[in-house]
Every structure is written in structure tokens, then in C-alpha cells.
Ligand binder design. Structure first.
Ligand code: GDG
Length: 483
């Protein structure tokens, strides 16, 4: 597709993200269908997109075809094509084997390859060009996540009239780690093309501002960066949330409640069901968590007749070497724990390397007495919030890593240091043995927190700050129509 075929300069709001919010499905008869991918982002942005002739720019997945822009269920979608080599170098390489580990406290070793960065520049430029084609005059553009950190500056160069926001879904590392990156200055300058740069936590915004001061030499004051040309860039924290009401409704539905009961029965009606739900990723702390549970069984603190751990590990980034190694590692650990500690019909860990529909996820949350979320580092962690949203009965307990962004808000969880296996064991036991009244109190407090700030509040708080950045602009976004 050439740039000229894109819908020219029509969208007042443009979302730019690595992926389009749809998945391509090939039917048995060969026809092609697009299915909305599940996820809070599109749920949150859909109303405001519809009210503002919005467009969404992203990679449709795959490398076969260079697709034309299309409209799906009323949403205007603009595909950005990637070649096979770009998927390897830009996506699996620089995004997922360089930036991802570097931004997550270097929990795995980041790889630095110059040709990966070159591909990152090329693909970021393509996203910026496509956005420049689509955005109406003075439009608002919201760029998402670590795959696209150069887009704000590239886009500003092409279209200085636009208001540009950027949101990073993952942590932003402290200067000591970020400094390792050979392209640190380019990335900081890329982000500085935005008017507002949003992070999950205040500490991440501070890391960014400090780095800009130290590495780029701009003047800063608190969350503001002052550029030599008079422009300002505002950093800030905008903790993401979930569609609380939507998920709670799903959890309330008869089929989900029925299924939750069935899950417990299929597990042999143990006294306690513990649950972990993660993409199979080395940042999520799956190994230490399962080890902690295994040791509790080994030491006789728990018994497989009474307690089972259900671990859902959704397949993820399977072509990246570190992820293959992790998969083998977890397979072995689960096999060992089950082999050593399970009994006939009573595995210690029910391990599911697969992905499920939303209904099944809600049923699992409903079935679990204790949700164990122990990432070594996580931007936010939506799973923790989803569990709380599903516990409308006020029952259940959440064991949560201090190093997940969600820990800032879910203070009444059993907070743990995911590197401290003994500490995790103690907290899991504490949650198991806590009296229902105190659990109820904790859960109610957490539910209040998430009810006060759902994903549409998150989206509007970001867009509100972005619209206030340039009062000289004529256009303001039309508010989403309430449905
Ligand atoms: C990044 C940041 C930040 C998982 N398995 C299945 C499934 N899921 C859903 C969960 C949840 C989502 O995927 C995972 O979100 P997380 O926040 O837990 O983690 P990341 O994927 O690493 O997300 C993170 C997030 O961006 C948002 O800003 O919170 O820190 O790393 O919604 O429910 N959903 C379905 N089937 C599965 O098998 N349907």
C-alpha cells in the first residue's frame, strides 16, 4: 500500500500502537475475517474513537500481505506492513530482546545489535509516516508503548500541527540501567517529540525526567521538560486500569458461575485453589512462585489433598530464544514438583500452557481462593485488578508483588518481595489462614479503589491532559457519547 492510498488527513484522534486491535482469522473456506482482540485498551478507546472519527494504526500481525486501510465494526483501521526480517529485527529483536529486558530491571540479559536498532528506526519511521497521512489538521495522536518510542519526534517533524501523546505500558528503568543502551539519546529524543509522556508510576516519570536532564541536557522542573525552542514536554503517571464493570458483569453471569463450580469439582474440590495467570514471560516470576508453593508442600505446611496451584501460562513470543528456554525451564520445574509431591489424581500444580476465552478467565478468577501475582517487575499487571473485579462477593485473597505497578493502588493485598522465597511462602500461608472477615475487609478496600478508577477514567485523564497542552489549538476532542 502506498501512503497516498491511506485515508488522507481525516482523523481527529489517532491511536498508534504496535498491533491493530483485531486478529486476522482465516475461515475453513479460505475467507478472511477480523476478530476484535480482547483487551482493555480498545474497550477504553472505542467510545472516544467513534465520537472523533478516530483511526487506529498498527501491525495486523503476519508478513504476507500489505493490506489497505479498512473499517471493521465502525472502527477505521490502518495496517502497517512488516517484512519477515523486520519482525525478527524490530519486533522480536530490538523490542523484545533489547528493550523489554532492559526496561524490566535487566532480569534477563538485553542483547544489543546495531542492525536491530536500524530496523527499529525504519519501522518507527513507517508508523510515523502512516500517522502523518491519516491525522487531520491539529488532530490528537496517542502513541503507545516501547516498540514506538521514536515515533513522537519523527511525527512532529512531519506534522508540527499535531498534539502528540505517548504512553509507556511497561516500566521505565532507572538511569543506571537505561545508560547501558547504546541508543539512549536517540530514544530520549524520540520521546521528547511528544507533548505528554505518560508512565504507569510516578517513579518512572521521575526516571525519565532525570535522564533527559543528564543525558540530553534540557532544563527540567518537576515533571516538566523545557526545550530550547520554547516547547515543553510534560511527563506524568497515568496508572492503567481495566473495564471493571464489564468484567464484573461477566463474572456474575450464570455460565461463568457454573463453570467456576465445575472447575473446582474437576480439581477434586480442594480446600484451597491458588491461581497464577501470566503470559509465559521471565518478568512474571513464575518460577520462584511455583518453587515457593512446592516448598510449602515439601515441608508439610500444605498438602496436595487440600491445596492445588493452577498456573495458566499463556504462550508468548515463542520465537525469542529466552522465551523458549523459559518454557523448558518451567516445564521441568512443574514436572519435578508434580513428580515428587503429587499423588494419583492429585497433581500439586495444574499447569496450562494455553490461552483461554475471557469467560474461562473470569471463571478461573471466581474459582480461586488465592490469586498469586508475583512479577519480578511489571508496569502495572492487569491480572491483579481483574481478579479483584471478579470478587464481587468480597471473598478471595490477593498475593501481590511490590514490584508490580498495581501494588501502588492495591495496598490491601498481601504484598511480597518476589525475590524472597521464604517471604512469599509466609505470605501465601498468611493468606490461606487469614480469617474471612479480614480478607473481606481487604477485598472491599481494593474493590473500592478499582471502582474509582477504571480504564475509561485512565484514557480520559490522559487525553484531558493532552488536550490542555496547547490552548492555541482550535480543535478539542468531542467527549464520548455515553451508551
Ligand atoms: C503489559 C505490561 C501492563 C492472559 N492470558 C489470557 C488472557 N490474558 C490477559 C489478562 C490480562 C492481559 O492478558 C495481561 O496483562 P498484564 O497487565 O497482566 O501483562 P502484560 O501482557 O505484560 O501487559 C503490564 C499492561 O501492558 C497494560 O498496560 O499492565 O505491566 O507488561 O488482561 O487477562 N486473556 C485471555 N486469555 C488468556 O489465556 N482472554
Amino acid at each position: 500500500m502506498s501512503g497516498s492510498e491511506a485515508p488522507n488527513h481525516t482523523a481527529d484522534l489517532v491511536i498508534v500502537a504496535n498491533r491493530l486491535p483485531v486478529d486476522r482469522v482465516v475461515n475453513p473456506d479460505g475467507s478472511i475475517e477480523w476478530r476484535r482482540s480482547p483487551g482493555g485498551l480498545v474497550t477504553a478507546l472505542e467510545p472516544v474513537m467513534r465520537a472523533n472519527d478516530g483511526a487506529w494504526i498498527g501491525w495486523p500481525g503476519g508478513t504476507d500481505e500489505d493490506l489497505e486501510p479498512f473499517v471493521e465494526d465502525g472502527l477505521s483501521l490502518v495496517p502497517v506492513h512488516l517484512t519477515e526480517a523486520e519482525v525478527e529485527e524490530f519486533y522480536e529483536g530490538f523490542s523484545n530482546a533489547t528493550l523489554w529486558p532492559l526496561y524490566h530491571d535487566v532480569v534477563a540479559k538485553p542483547e544489543f545489535h546495531r542492525e536491530w536498532f536500524d530496523a527499529y528506526v525504519t519501522v518507527n519511521r513507517r508508523f510515523a509516516e502512516r500517522t502523518a497521512d491519516v491525522a487531520a489538521e491539529n488532530a490528537m495522536v496517542w502513541v503507545h508503548d516501547y516498540q514506538l518510542q521514536l515515533v513522537p519526534a519523527m511525527l512532529r517533524e512531519l506534522r508540527p500541527d499535531l498534539r502528540i501523546g505517548f504512553f509507556l505500558h511497561i516500566p521505565f528503568p532507572p538511569a543506571e540501567l537505561f545508560q547501558q543502551l547504546p541508543w539512549r539519546r536517540q530514544l530520549l529524543e524520540g520521546l521528547l517529540g511528544a507533548d505528554v509522556v505518560g508512565f504507569q508510576r510516578p517513579g518512572a516519570a521521575q526516571n525519565f525526567v532525570r535522564l533527559v536532564r543528564q543525558r540530553v541536557g534540557h532544563k527540567t522542573h518537576r515533571d516538566m521538560v523545557y526545550l530550547p525552542d520554547g516547547r515543553t514536554v510534560q511527563a506524568g503517571s497515568f496508572p492503567i486500569s481495566i473495564d471493571v464493570k464489564g468484567l464484573e458483569e461477566l463474572a456474575h453471569s450464570e455460565p461463568v458461575q457454573q463453570r467456576a463450580k465445575e472447575i473446582r469439582e474437576q480439581l477434586g474440590n480442594p480446600k484451597r485453589v491458588l491461581l497464577g495467570v501470566d503470559r509465559l514471560d521471565y518478568t512474571k516470576g513464575i518460577r520462584a512462585r511455583l518453587r515457593a508453593f512446592g516448598e510449602l508442600l515439601e515441608e508439610g505446611e500444605l498438602d496436595v489433598e487440600d491445596a492445588v496451584f493452577v498456573q495458566v501460562a499463556t504462550p508468548s513470543r515463542e520465537r525469542v530464544e529466552q522465551y523458549r528456554v523459559l518454557r523448558d525451564d518451567i516445564d521441568r520445574l512443574v514436572g519435578r514438583i508434580n513428580g515428587d509431591l503429587g499423588r494419583i489424581g492429585r497433581p500439586a500444580i495444574s499447569y496450562l500452557h494455553t490461552s483461554y476465552p475471557r469467560e474461562e478467565m473470569a471463571a478461573l478468577y471466581r474459582a480461586a481462593d488465592i490469586m498469586v501475582v508475583t512479577p519480578l517487575r511489571d508496569g502495572m499487571n492487569l491480572v491483579a485488578k481483574e481478579y479483584v473485579a471478579c470478587r464481587y462477593d468480597g471473598e478471595g485473597a490477593l498475593v501481590l508483588s511490590e514490584f508490580a505497578g498495581a501494588a501502588d493502588e492495591l495496598r490491601q493485598a498481601f504484598l511480597v518481595n518476589p525475590y524472597d522465597i521464604n517471604g512469599m511462602k509466609a505470605s501465601i500461608l498468611e493468606a490461606i489462614n487469614a480469617d474471612p472477615k479480614s480478607l473481606n475487609k481487604r477485598m472491599k478496600a481494593m474493590r473500592k479503589t478499582i471502582n474509582e478508577h477504571d480504564v475509561s477514567d485512565w484514557a480520559s485523564s490522559f487525553l484531558d491532559v493532552l488536550s490542555e497542552t496547547k490552548p492555541m489549538h482550535r480543535k478539542q476532542l468531542r467527549p464520548a457519547r455515553r451508551t
